[in-house]
Design a binder for this molecule. Structure first.
Ligand code: AMP
Length: 291
């Protein structure tokens, strides 16, 4: 496995790979790898000749007072894991390499950023699109892989790709969980022992919400049930529980075919997100009358 630090090295490697007709699967990450990231690599390996992973804790997607400084990092461990799972190239640029000077141009998502995480992290998705655009221009991937755990990010990236005619195909990879249901996340290391025991209640609450929504199609009641379960079984403070059409991230209506039930919960030292996406069968009727 090769480790490349500079954009020039990376572009050179990509050019050589493309000249020899090879397809490139791309897995962008912020490192501190876990099985969720490795699932993206596995998906990429199945569909491409070569797999490149970036590891870059992107400062522009963290707001003031967020966890940029304490975001978990362990490059040596990441490199060993990436090698083990068969990544061909790891791109690990420095901040100066990615952002040598202040930019005056920003890419700002539309209404999809005004819900869910975007409400409490108003500039987060601007930073995500900034780094994705830069990484895609450097890597020019055939296909890129994103986790459904970050469902809002994925929806915004899909919209961005379509709106600006990117040639890269985006693949959605299902959320990988611990045995007790907690979604794997680099941030889980910041949970206290007690919080770690409580945290699986988040997914259980989402599952109850899913079952209730399937039965009742009642948005408000579903949200309330998920809220109550998280409040009862964890010491976390709920940032939001929302139920929206996916990937539009708008209120559901009679035409909605996919629904996301999503939540973010603050614990003492970290904030966790999770979601469930469910399909609405043709014959099922959905309305928002209950709101
Ligand atoms: P991150 O390093 O947290 O920025 O995540 C990098 C990529 O891995 C993103 O596309 C995430 O959605 C994805 N990812 C993170 N956690 C999981 C998980 N538990 N299951 C599947 N994909 C994940």
């Amino acid at each position: 496995m090769k480790q490349l630090h500079t954009i020039a090295q990376c572009k050179q490697w990509i050019e050589a790979a493309k000249t020899s007709g090879q397809t490139i699967g791309f897995v962008p990450t912020m490192g501190y790898l876990h099985e969720g990231h490795l699932a993206l690599v596995n998906a990429a390996k199945q569909e491409n000749d070569l797999v490149i992973m970036s590891i870059f804790v992107n400062p522009t997607q963290f707001g003031p007072g967020e966890d940029y400084d304490v975001y978990p990092r362990d490059e040596n461990r990441d490199l060993a894991l990436a090698k083990k799972v068969g990544v061909d190239v790891v791109f690990t640029p420095t901040i100066d390499e990615m952002y040598p000077k202040e930019t005056t141009i920003q890419i700002v998502p539309g209404a999809q950023k005004n819900v869910l995480c975007g409400k409490s992290r108003p500039t987060h998705f601007d930073g995500v699109l900034q780094v994705i655009l830069k990484l895609f221009n450097i890597v020019t991937p055939t296909t890129a892989y994103f986790g459904m755990k970050d469902a809002q990010q994925l929806a915004i990236i899909e919209t961005f790709m379509e709106a600006f005619n990117f040639s890269t195909t985006i693949r959605r990879v299902p959320t990988i969980r611990e045995e007790d249901g907690l979604a794997k996340s680099s941030r889980n290391v910041h949970l206290t022992e007690i919080e770690r025991l409580e945290a699986p209640a988040i997914y259980k609450a989402l599952q109850s919400g899913q079952a209730l929504f399937r039965k009742t199609k009642n948005t408000a009641q579903t949200i309330e049930t998920v809220r109550q379960q998280i409040e009862t079984h964890t010491s976390g403070k709920i940032d939001y529980v929302e139920l929206l059409a996916y990937p539009q991230l708008t209120p559901i209506d009679a035409h909605t075919t996919e629904v996301i039930i999503a939540t973010a919960v603050h614990f003492a030292h970290t904030r966790l997100i999770d979601n469930i996406i469910l399909q609405i069968e043709d014959e099922e009727h959905v309305s928002n009358d209950d709101e």
